[in-house]
Design a protein around this ligand. Sequence first.
Ligand code: UT7
Length: 317
Amino acid sequence: MSIQVLGTGAYVPERIVTNDELSTMVDTSDEWIRQRVGVAERRVSVSENAAEMGAKAAQKALEAAGITADQLDLIVGATVSSDFGCPSMSAKVQELIGAGCPAFDVNSACSGFLFALDTAAAFVARGGIRYALVLGAERLSRILDWTDRSTCVIFGDGAGAAVIAPGENYLASHLYTQGGESVLSIPLGKGNSPFYEKDVAPLAVHMSGQETFKFAVKQIVGEIRLIAERAGITTEQIDYIVPHQANIRIIDLAARRLNVPMEKFVVNIERYGNTSSASVPISFDELVRSGRLKRGDLIALCAFGGGLSSGACLIRW
Ligand code: UT7
């Protein structure tokens, strides 16, 4: 089906915030965060916005693919934490890397990279595209409530990207949306309209952790089985699973339910926390650069999050 991945790239900002540092800001502890979430430290951007981080990840993906920005025919990005409502994060990336192609964002929160990849794959299948850039870039630190211990300890900043081209290595995909804001939402506040009547929560990530947790495990397990079935393989034949890095206990539970050994899962939540739409492409890039992949390996990407949304796809390397 339609595409192959030519190269990947990732970028995280330099500033490391440890659990101990967070413990000086909110009532939490290194032990609680490691045990309940699996994060030891995360990166926080002090000066770069989502697009600036995205552009750095994109440059690395272009280098890995062996092409230059002017060869791109499309950029599809995902973010929920751009510094701008307009221009889109992807449009800014286009400017920063010196590309000249159409560029737009999708918003599917932590599943964003899967939605962006499937969108770009559909454009490639339509024809007329030689190279497309797909990315997820997030400066979540700008939308977190840093006094709320139930969210600020979980997330981190970063960006990941992939260059795709026409090919036969996108074996199956699935996207899912269950619309509503009761479980997970990022209200943007009400601005200063004198006509606005409703009460709106201030800008922050609002999340019912346990509801999200249950949704996450159900979606990973169901969608990995579904894409395997669609591709005509068994889940045992999948060589690597690149999951959204939201909670080590979610990955662990999904691995047990799928009966897939943890060694097949790419895990970096300890170092970066949950970087939303950047989490899957950062992890995918780590897998690619680890040197572990062999030609023909089967890789499943999967994510879940706000929307609610989830997505999965199967790629042959
Ligand atoms: O990327 C989007 C997708 N997001 C996710 O997938 C997130 C999924 N959910 C989760 O990862 C977990 O539900 C959380 C990590 C968010 C929370 O873990 P939990 O085991 O579900 O904890 P909880 O919310 O049930 O809270 C347990 C206790 C509470 O105290 P009491 O009521 O038992 O006294 C919380 O107040 O832990 C307390 N707590 C904390 N304690 C220390 C909550 N946050 C913290 C904290 N440090 N940072």
